[in-house]
Design a protein around this ligand. Structure first.
Ligand code: NAD
Length: 495
């Protein structure tokens, strides 16, 4: 029996009125109901922003060294609860336990990085930028010295709107740094798997964050759209699909907000004939089928140069066939289900489309050995794909790998650059020259050499180019700190 789910506002659980609309979330591996997520009216957004705005008055005045103490305590609480939270992620999202733990570890990296806020937000000074002689010349110095400094200060109430595919990690790209910098935060997680996000937020209570510093509201586009246009919101950080992200960027900017939107992707990996074959095969399998292909960094297109396609297709197909498919909490399972029935239908539609468009279906995920019940699709591989096919152009967000064959590195980089996205791209090669050519010419925000998933650690910025990103400052790293602060310049003269 599904239970209603609460919002978290000003440190307390808040329920929607009985009878309001809700969205039923179930375990994608078993179909077991997990809860009824409120699809609230916009008043809940107003309530959360009001709580965050009130908390900002005092939180922004707390010394940064004291603010990060809450994060130090919170990190330990997360470490103590990592197993339980990972189990929630497995149940609601379908990841394997190892994938869930891995994603939590990446979230914890973000907490650790945010504890460096005292060093990160430190200002800069330039003494003696000029000497003023007009009003007050002192006898010994020939004038009065003028100094200048720049500080970084919090911007106010910040909003985060997050996707289903990393329900714990992606929110941690946002709120720890925002809060460490002195802001307060309202998070709207994906309606499709919000239970682990709720646990993440509720645990902040035990870390000593004052009420209202971090709030969570549930809902769909209505609640998100109220948050991004609310007059008391200063900044919006979004992660999700390109369609929603472009809308949020345009709407948020039109309402005077600072906005960053990390969006969809169709990532191409290049295989050179001189690549280490074992490393390339392992890297491609992990990148294309890890997290059941539901990753913005999934390498879902491979461009094989010369004869590399022959060994790559053979190796990847053998490895993919060996992946055990099943519920993420079962021993030995390497690939869980897709997040929902809708996601499963969408992937199946693309498999039909690929076959109709003339690609060669080398491995058919519909025929894989997998549980009959649940939202499963096995690893699927198409060979002989071309840039105009929908399975090469569009984000499928499932375990479907499209392989193209070209003659030269230049052809391969052209294929990378034809994509309207530009999140990540990688090359597998033994040639420094080829790697350097790739690095200089491939148009993507995150590049890798001989790695399948070039995920930046928390200290580095995370975002793509093209239609994978709308905004200026990327998530994480120093960019993250800059996004959540504004600069204030002072010019000082003492007469
Ligand atoms: P989604 O766009 O459907 O939803 C993301 C969030 O936006 C949810 O909270 C949702 O409620 C909200 N939303 C959806 N439509 C909206 C609208 N019209 N107006 C306002 N809010 C709206 O994305 P998803 O399916 O949950 O996540 C998968 C997508 O996220 C993929 O495209 C993936 O590539 C992308 N993603 C990108 C990155 C990155 O760093 N670039 C990271 C993770 C996921």
């Amino acid at each position: 029996m599904s239970q209603p789910v609460s919002h978290f506002i000003a440190g307390a659980s808040v329920q929607d009125a009985a009878g309001s609309k809700s969205f039923e979330v179930s375990n994608p591996a078993t179909g077991a109901p997990l809860g009824l997520v409120p699809m609230s009216s916009t008043e809940i957004a107003d309530q959360a922003v009001a709580a965050a705005a009130k908390a900002f008055e005092t939180w922004s005045e707390v010394p940064v060294g004291d603010r990060v103490q809450c994060l130090f305590r919170y990190k330990q609480i997360l470490e103590d609860n990592i197993n339980d939270i990972a189990d929630i992620v497995v149940d609601e999202h379908g990841k394997t336990k190892a994938e869930a733990i891995g994603s939590l570890r990446r979230g914890i990296d973000c907490i650790e990085f945010a504890t460096a806020a005292p060093a990160l937000i430190m200002g800069r000074t330039l003494p003696q930028i000029a000497v003023s002689t007009s009003f007050c010349r002192t006898e010994d110095q020939g004038g009065v010295g003028i100094d200048s400094q720049v500080d970084r200060v919090p911007i106010g109430v910040c909003v985060g709107i997050t996707p289903f595919n990393f329900p714990v990690m992606v929110p941690m790209w946002m709120w720890p740094m925002a809060i460490a910098c002195g802001n307060t935060f309202v998070l709207k997680p994906s309606e499709r798997d919000p239970f682990s996000t709720m646990r993440e937020v509720e645990l902040t209570r035990d870390a000593g964050f004052p009420p209202g510093v971090l709030n969570l509201v549930h809902g769909g586009p209505d609640v998100a759209n109220r948050l991004i246009t609310h007059p008391d919101v200063a900044a919006v950080s979004f992660v999700g699909s390109t369609g929603a992200g472009e809308h949020i960027y345009k709407t948020g900017c039109a309402h005077g907000k600072r906005v960053q939107c990390m969006c969809g992707a169709k990532n191409h990996s290049i295989i050179m004939p001189d690549a280490n074959q074992g490393a390339a095969v392992d890297g491609i399998v992990g990148s294309a089928f890890g997290n059941t292909g539901q990753r913005c960094l999934a390498g879902s297109v491979v461009v094989c140069v010369g004869d590399s396609g022959d060994w790559l297709v053979k190796g990847v197909t053998e490895k993919a066939k060996a992946i055990k498919i099943g519920p993420g909490n079962q021993e030995g399972v390497g690939m869980g289900p897709l997040v929902s029935k809708d996601a499963q239908d969408r992937v199946l539609k693309y498999i039909d489309a690929g076959a109709k468009e003339g690609a060669k279906l080398v491995l058919d995920g519909r025929a894989a050995d997998m549980p009959a019940k649940g939202c499963f699709v096995g690893p699927t591989i198409f060979d002989n794909c071309t840039s105009d096919m929908s399975i090469v152009r569009e984000e499928i967000f499932g375990p479907v790998l499209s392989i193209m064959r070209v003659k030269t590195l230049e052809d391969a980089v052209d294929a990378v650059n034809k994509s309207e996205y530009g999140n990540m791209s990688v090359i597998f090669t033994d040639s420094g020259h080829a790697a350097r050519r790739f690095q200089r010419t491939a148009q993507a925000g995150m590049l890798g050499v001989n790695v399948g998933v070039p995920a930046p650690m928390a200290a580095f910025p995370f975002a793509g180019w093209g239609r994978s990103f709308f905004g200026d400052l990327h998530a994480n790293g120093e960019d993250g700190m800059r996004f959540f602060t504004k600069s204030r310049v002072m010019v000082t003269r003492w007469l």
